[in-house]
Design a protein around this ligand. Sequence first.
Ligand code: ATP
Length: 215
Amino acid sequence: MPAYRSKKSWPGAHIAIQGVNHRYRRSSSNVLSSIDLEIKPCEQLALVGRSGCGKSTLLHIISGLTKPTTGEIRIDGALVESPSPHWIMMFQQPNLYPWMSVAQNVGLGMKFAGRPKQEIAARVDELLHLVELDGYGGRNAQELSGGQQQRVALARSLAVDPEVLLLDEPFSALDAVTRRALQRDVRRIAEDMKITLVIVTHDIRKLWQWPIVPW
Ligand SMILES: Nc1ncnc2c1ncn2[C@@H]1O[C@H](COP(=O)(O)OP(=O)(O)OP(=O)(O)O)[C@@H](O)[C@H]1O
């Protein structure tokens, strides 16, 4: 696995989940009740709980995609109020654009951010090397296997240099060997790039060597 040394001089992002309650609009009860959790800079944590207990909802709240009914999320002291390239979520489906090449998918966030073409091309090459997809840049995204597509999704997430990566069971549909390799690689990359990492799952057997917080 190629190494990547972070240029960040800081210790990584700290996440504070404070008094979070959440109730969906048409629901009669809370999905989340009084959630308090502190995640330290560069910590790598697995939240494990039964199906339907609210794990995805909590990740959506941390990422700013969903506003909690009450309570708040702070990342390095700043209130999370909306999605941001600084805190990125990866989903079970890689959600690549099938009509685009692998390189175009990986570079999309940088393109939207207005980065120059040459910088995007160099960064995409670096990231494809990091996720062990050297030479795949020109391939069509839909020609890749499920594991390779998740590697592309990982490279795309890393392209914007996030501080926090939230994994909503992104590897659960993959075979055991591929899943284990991807988890090992994402943990190694997160350590190198000083990214705080949170994964959620209802299936503890699908985790590979994570510190676990039971729900
Ligand atoms: N948009 C929504 N509107 C109403 N209810 C929702 C919505 N999204 C999720 N829920 C409900 O909230 C509860 C928690 O859902 P959530 O997806 O957070 O659970 P989970 O722990 O991630 O489950 P799983 O392990 O099966 O993925 C479920 O009962 C679900 O039906």
